[in-house]
Design a protein around this ligand. Structure first.
Ligand code: NDP
Length: 329
């Protein structure tokens, strides 16, 4: 019999999440039945979506939502060998039982040299968000200029690098000078710290005096309101995230988008990466190849210890992560 550790949402977040909103509990797992597997989480992902989705989908006392890379430690299912690694969507649990149907095995071509945690980052959901958002929503073309915010994070850093590979000029912004230095290191043409520039409007104009063809928006709010005025005619905006608004207790007010949308004849489209669930393998294969070739570089912010998941989550929302925020159990 195995006792799993789990983190539950003790209290719905009000404003910014606090450590006291979470509670760690123990849960005794039943012995395996035929067809079942016991898995242990090796890496857990902390992601911005957990903040708005917890509000929408969870009740107090529920186990926190989330994905993990887990290893099969016991198997009563001949289709799954002990030692196999899989991505699962089983929330903040140290161990769990599965019948295998909800597992996505890591691609067989996954090389030993590559951290398996990348299946939660550049070669996982965030990387695919960048891939499909950029090529299917923004539909970037060579020679265009792309703007991406939260650019040093899990999604943004892949967006910028894929756009460079696609022949674009790429402008990114992030919340610290170290992050800006990282963006330049991985090939962004222009990068700036949105927290320290005197005027965001001027910084955007300086980075691309002709404006932007595409804007991959991870942040929303005031940033987006300013950036939209610097779109070129017929520009495309991919609404990926609105992290500047997730912790608001009172919704932010305008400025509103209609005037620049009309006069510049812009196209703005919200998307959720699961729209392309049927193309997951294609995207993952492409990203894995680019990472292995060194064309897409990655960085992970690894927090050690299952007990530190809430701290890693809160830290990520505060911008403490460079690249993908991961917890290593
Ligand atoms: P990141 O790795 O980018 O981490 C979040 C980052 O957001 C922080 O590091 C911080 O960076 C930045 N941030 C936090 N608060 C603010 C703020 N008030 N204003 C500006 N930036 C802020 O996370 P992900 O790459 O996983 O996610 C990025 C965005 O993409 C999120 O909005 C997320 O919800 C969205 N997303 C959408 C998906 C979809 O299917 N539509 C799928 C996956 C993600 P900094 O230091 O630069 O401020």
């Amino acid at each position: 019999m195995v006792t799993a550790k789990v983190w539950v949402l003790k209290k719905h977040f009000e404003g910014f999440p606090k450590p006291s909103d979470f509670d760690m509990k123990q849960m005794v797992l039943e012995d395996l039945k035929d067809g079942e597997l016991l898995l242990e989480s090796v890496f857990l992902s902390v992601d911005p979506y957990m903040r708005p989705y917890s509000q929408r989908d969870m009740k107090e006392g529920d186990i926190m939502i989330g994905t993990q890379v887990a290893r099969i430690v016991e198997s009563k299912n001949p289709a799954f060998a002990v030692g196999t690694f899989a991505v699962a969507n089983r929330g903040w649990r140290s161990h769990f039982i599965s019948d295998g149907k909800d597992l996505n095995l890591l691609p067989s071509s996954w090389p030993e040299s590559l951290p398996k945690s990348l299946a939660l980052g550049a070669v996982g959901m965030p990387g695919l968000t960048a891939y499909f958002g950029l090529f299917e929503v923004c539909k970037v073309k060579p020679g265009e200029t792309l703007l991406v915010n939260a650019a040093a994070g899990a999604v943004g850093s892949v967006v910028g690098q894929l756009a460079k590979i696609g022949g674009c000029k790429v402008v990114g912004c992030a919340g610290s000078d170290d992050k800006v230095a990282y963006l330049k290191k991985i090939g962004f043409d222009e990068a700036f710290n949105y927290k320290t520039v005197k005027s965001l409007d001027e910084a955007l104009r300086k980075a691309s005096p002709d404006g932007y063809d595409c804007f991959f928006d991870n942040v929303g709010g005031e940033f987006a309101s300013i950036a939209i005025n610097q779109m070129k005619k017929y520009g495309r905006i991919a609404l990926c995230g609105a992290i500047s608004q997730y912790n608001d207790s009172v919704p932010q007010k305008g400025p509103y988008v209609q005037i620049p949308m009309i006069f510049k004849e812009l196209r703005m489209e919200g998307f959720i990466v699961t729209r392309w669930n049927d193309r997951w393998k294609e995207g993952q294969k492409a990203l894995l190849k680019l990472v292995l070739e060194g064309k897409v570089k990655y960085h992970e912010q690894v927090t050690e210890g299952f007990e530190n998941i809430p701290a890693a989550f809160i830290g990520m929302l505060k911008g403490e992560n460079l690249g993908k925020a991961i917890v290593k159990v």
